[in-house]
Ligand binder design. Structure first.
Ligand SMILES: CSC[C@H]1O[C@H](OP(=O)(O)O)[C@H](O)[C@@H]1O
Length: 343
């Protein structure tokens, strides 16, 4: 996708420096910075501290980290340690585990195949998201008004994105989509990242407070909701950014279609239902503090909450499949009750 009219992927392996390269999402939208990591530990740390985030981007990064481990040793005990280290970074997005397994199996057979497998994961992610855009575009009206939550745009994947890919496809096809961007507290992925992407790609949008969606739905101002997913279980339950469940319940109340966009690497058919998903609990600092530039453009962190109070910060919630109209996938649009045919 484009930043200042130049095409970037979110994460890639840089052959020249032999390092994993990525856009530093912690600095966006205020500073655009590329960062490079030499070792699997550094790359894994970038997943943990959310330098890179979003299901597909996490998966591709984990694949590259696994390949970096194979670059340094062929000792399978050490490789298993590396795999555990990478898998301990973030528990909820299934793409991470999909990637470590695939690269581990490839590298176990032929050490040199690990990087080939990692590159394949990244390329498949980009192509899968492009297809999501093509299928999802068919659902968007000429002036469709879409609500999205968190950031499931190209920054959350290797390219194109999941929830935003249909929006970009519609925009590129000459439609005039309008996006309501949930700010997505506590970390603000909507206000910071989704808005940044849409602005760079000249898609009309407004940031709204997390608690404003019902107001716009009640006014009839939202035609559809599209979110991403971090894990979709066999019965069609969806783990996604905290607050997604609320939006799904609201959409049902107001008779608005609620779509979840995800490539097949996000489906976890080994887990029967959403109540079995491990939900990541993050530091309450994300909730109690805000970060942004002051009037001199220096990034500052300021406390927003009562001194002394602690917070609770679950990063994801689970939306039961009964709230979901359909999944926009790289294999087409699938209703939750049709998922069985794909397992
Ligand atoms: C489907 S990927 C985008 C997805 O990633 C988010 O989580 P995080 O920013 O914590 O990595 C969230 O669930 C988004 O919808």
């Amino acid at each position: 996708m484009l930043i200042e009219n130049q095409h970037y992927r979110t994460v890639w392996y840089d052959d020249t420096t032999r390092q994993v390269a990525m856009i530093n999402q912690n600095k966006l939208p205020f500073v655009f910075e590329l960062v490079y990591f030499k070792t699997y530990q550094e790359t894994a740390e970038a997943i943990r501290d959310m330098t890179v985030r979003g299901a597909g981007a996490i998966g591709a990064t984990a694949g590259f980290a696994m390949a970096q481990a194979f670059d340094t040793t062929g000792d399978l005990v050490k490789i298993q340690e590396a795999r555990a280290y990478i898998e301990a970074t973030r528990p909820t997005a299934v793409n991470l585990f999909y990637a470590t397994e695939k690269v581990f199996n490839a590298g176990k057979e032929h050490r040199n195949s690990a990087m080939v497998a990692a590159q394949q994961i990244a390329d498949e992610d980009a192509e899968g998201c492009r297809l999501i855009g093509e299928y999802g575009n068919t659902l968007i009206k000429p002036s469709g008004r879409i609500l999205t939550h968190c950031n499931a745009g190209w920054l959350a994947f290797v390219d194109y994105g999941s929830a935003l890919s249909p929006v970009y496809a519609a925009h590129n096809a000459g439609k005039q989509p309008f996006v309501y961007v949930d700010e997505t507290r506590p970390r603000g992925q909507g206000a910071r990242l989704t808005a940044y992407e849409l602005e760079q790609n000249k898609v009309d949008h407004r940031i709204i407070a997390d608690n404003a969606a019902a107001y716009y739905m009640a006014k009839g101002a939202i035609d559809m909701v599209i979110t991403g997913a971090d894990r979709i279980t066999a019965n069609g339950d969806v783990a996604n950014k905290i607050g997604t469940l609320e939006k799904a319940i609201l959409a049902k109340e107001f008779g608005i279609p609620f779509y979840v966009a995800a490539p097949f690497s996000t489906f976890d058919f080994n887990t029967p239902s959403g109540d079995m998903i491990v939900i990541e609990e993050r530091s309450d600092e994300e909730l109690l503090y805000h970060e942004g530039p002051d009037e001199h453009n220096i990034i500052r962190k300021i406390r927003m909450a009562a001194p002394g109070s602690a917070g609770l910060n679950p990063a994801f919630d689970v939306t039961p499949h009964r709230y979901i109209t359909g999944f926009i996938t790289n294999r087409g649009i699938i209703r939750p009750d049709e998922l069985k045919g794909y397992q």
